[in-house]
Design a protein around this ligand. Structure first.
Ligand code: NAD
Ligand code: TYD
Length: 353
């Protein structure tokens, strides 16, 4: 049986990168994207596939059980790659309700629908439910703490990470209770093409290009482990093809950087690559602002398990990945300019007031 893949959230940042890679590498597979096209979803991210024979886009909500049942059945899906989520910590602080609805209730709805579909068809092939989650479920590390491993206890601190933790627990329970072939991945901060402007790296790139302040939260010494999105997608490919049901795999970039250092690196790249910056050197725009409430100090991933058991390691160092990313934002002004909508500006004013 060839792979018939349902990608939820495939019009978002990581989901669309995943679809690009999958469709290029496996042109005989059938790919269906289910995406509600919230503020973070963008059909332009998938423009090159719409209308192609082995690809179908469906605008819809993962909480809509009837729709999910219909898609699983009608498209004869055997693999679900579940990316759909509310994904931005700052928005979860302003309004947690949507996070519980999509991340917890939506994941539960998908699990129930997939359970019914899998029970009815499991004799006909290899089924997988891949749940894409985050390292933020493990909480915050001190400077000298060991990196998060798959056995680190969950300690989520934001409504976002708590809702993702809730969904991870449900996914785990469906393996243990029903034997459903689920796999969970917990990855570190992604960056790269198609990243929505509200997140740190695209926000700094775009603000530099339009001459706006670069808001660094608190003292700027929070640490994130940066994973280039192409590396993340290659890890997910390996997990789908070779990962074991019931397992969790941590995926990291081996690139721990303090926020302020990362922003300075971006400024230097902008000075080098962008000929007509409104403010130069770009560093002059760096502004320290009030810290995010409950801001986790440090995230770091120990990716030993996926390396030793599945043979995957990240290939892109942060200096190289940032250069690729800056070049992408410089060459795709049309893509991001339309995203600076009234809704985005209202969110921005509220978050940074
Ligand atoms: P994103 O916000 O860019 O995209 C999310 C997508 O899901 C959007 O296209 C949106 O329209 C869609 N969506 C939201 N609610 C939906 C619903 N109810 N029904 C159907 N579609 C819905 O997010 P992303 O950065 O691409 O993240 C993808 C996944 O990876 C998420 O589950 C996130 O928690 C996880 N993750 C992301 C990062 C990161 O650095 N971006 C890190 C770790 C884990
Ligand atoms: P973000 O991209 O929101 O990812 P996450 O909160 O999921 O790690 O933020 C990355 C880091 O950058 C985090 O420590 C918060 C910080 N940050 C800023 O300093 N300023 C900003 O404007 C944003 C959006 C984030």
């Amino acid at each position: 049986m060839s792979t018939r893949l349902l990608v939820t959230g495939g019009a978002g940042f990581i989901g669309s990168n995943f679809v690009h890679r999958w469709c290029e590498l496996y042109p005989d597979d059938h790919v269906v994207v289910l995406d509600a096209l919230t503020y973070a979803g963008n059909i332009a991210n998938l423009a090159s596939f719409v209308g192609q024979e082995n690809f179908r886009f469906v605008q819809g909500n993962i909480c809509d059980r009837e729709l999910v049942d219909k898609l699983l059945e009608e498209e004869n899906i055997n693999i679900v790659a579940h990316f759909a989520a509310e994904s931005h910590v700052d928005r979860s602080i302003m309004g947690p309700g949507a996070f519980v609805q999509t991340n917890v209730v939506g994941t539960f709805t998908l699990l129930e629908a997939f359970r019914q579909h899998w029970e009815a068809n499991s004799k006909n092939g290899d089924f997988r439910f891949l749940h894409v989650s985050t390292d933020e479920v493990y909480g915050s590390l001190g400077t000298d703490d060991p990196a998060f491993s798959e056995t680190t206890p969950y300690a989520p601190n934001s409504p976002y990470s708590a809702s993702k933790a809730g969904s991870d627990h449900l996914v785990r329970a469906y393996y243990h209770t029903y034997g459903m072939p689920t796999i969970i991945t917990n990855c570190s901060n992604n960056y790269g093409p198609y990243h929505f402007p509200e997140k740190l790296i695209p926000l700094m790139c775009i603000n530099t290009l339009i001459g706006k302040a670069l808001p660094v939260y608190g003292d700027g010494k929070n640490v994130r482990d940066w994973l280039y999105v192409g590396d993340h997608c290659s890890a997910l490919d390996v997990v789908i093809h070779r990962g074991l049901p019931g397992e969790t795999y941590n995926i990291g970039g081996n690139n721990e950087v303090k926020n302020i250092h990362l922003v300075e690196m971006l400024c230097e790249l902008m000075d080098e690559l962008a000929p007509d910056l409104p403010v130069r050197p770009a560093k002059k725009l760096i502004t320290f602002v009030k810290d995010r409430p409950g801001h986790d100090r440090r995230y770091a991933i120990d990716a030993t398990k996926i390396k030793t058991q599945l043979g995957w390691t990240p290939s892109i160092k942060v200096e190289q990945g940032l250069r690729l990313t800056v070049e992408w934002y410089l060459n795709h002004r049309d893509w991001w300019e339309v995203l600076l909508s009234e809704e985005y500006k209202a969110y921005y004013r509220e978050n940074y007031r």
